[in-house]
Write a protein that binds this ligand. Structure first.
Ligand code: SF4
Ligand code: SF4
Length: 176
C-alpha cells in the first residue's frame, strides 16, 4: 500500500513537472520564423554570392571592369566585360556574370578589387533545378536593388567608339 501511494505521488509530481515545462514555453516569445512570410536577418559575416556595393554618392556600382577579380578567382567563375565610357578616360563594367554553383566563397575577388566594388550578399534563399539557375547576373541584381531602393536604374554606358560613330552619322546626315 505504501509503495502504491509513493508511486502515485511520484507520477503526480512528474505530471506537474511536465506541465510546468509546457506552461513555461507557452508564455515564452515564439522563436519559429514563419518562412517564407518572414525573412531572417543574416549575420554581418554571412557570405552569400558576391554582388556590387551601391555607391551612396552615385547610386551605382564602382566596377571599372579591370578584371582583377576574374583573374584572381581560383574557381574561374567570374566573367566581366566593360567599355571605355565616352567623354571620360575611365572604363566601366557592362556585364558581370558569376557561376555561383562553382564559387567556393573564398573572398579573394572581394579582397583584390581595387575600387572596393564587391561585397558578399545576404542571399540565402537560392534554389534551382539546374546549374544554369545558379548563374548570377550581378548587373541585373544591382538593377533590381536600385528599383527596390527607388534609385535610377543602371543603364549600360555608351562606349567611346559608339559615340564616335554616332557623331560621324550625325555629321554625315548634316552634310547631305
Ligand atoms: S568568392 Fe572566391 S571562388 Fe567565389 S567568385 Fe570570388 S574569388 Fe571566385
Ligand atoms: S569588381 Fe573590382 S576587381 Fe572585379 S572587375 Fe570590377 S573593379 Fe575590377
Amino acid at each position: 500500500m505504501t509503495a502504491f501511494i509513493k508511486d502515485t505521488l511520484i507520477g503526480f509530481w512528474s505530471l506537474l513537472a511536465g506541465l510546468g515545462v509546457t506552461i513555461r514555453y507557452f508564455v515564452k516569445p515564439i522563436v519559429t520564423v514563419q518562412y517564407p512570410r518572414e525573412k531572417l536577418t543574416m549575420s554581418p559575416r554571412y557570405r552569400g554570392h558576391t554582388e556590387f556595393i551601391i555607391d551612396p554618392e552615385t547610386g551605382s556600382h564602382l566596377c571599372n571592369a579591370c578584371e582583377n577579380c576574374a583573374r584572381t578567382c581560383p574557381s574561374n567563375v567570374i566573367s566581366v566585360t566593360g567599355v571605355k565610357v565616352a567623354g571620360t578616360k575611365k572604363k566601366r563594367a557592362v556585364t558581370y556574370v558569376l557561376d555561383y554553383s562553382l564559387c567556393s566563397l573564398c573572398g579573394l575577388c572581394v579582397e583584390v578589387c581595387p575600387t572596393k566594388a564587391l561585397k558578399f550578399s545576404d542571399e540565402y534563399r537560392l534554389a534551382g533545378f539546374s546549374r544554369q539557375d545558379m548563374i548570377i547576373d550581378v548587373i541585373a541584381r544591382l538593377q533590381a536593388q536600385q528599383r527596390a531602393l527607388g534609385l535610377p536604374e543602371e543603364v549600360p554606358p555608351v562606349p567611346e567608339a559608339e559615340e564616335a560613330k554616332t557623331e560621324e552619322t550625325k555629321g554625315g546626315e548634316g552634310e547631305s
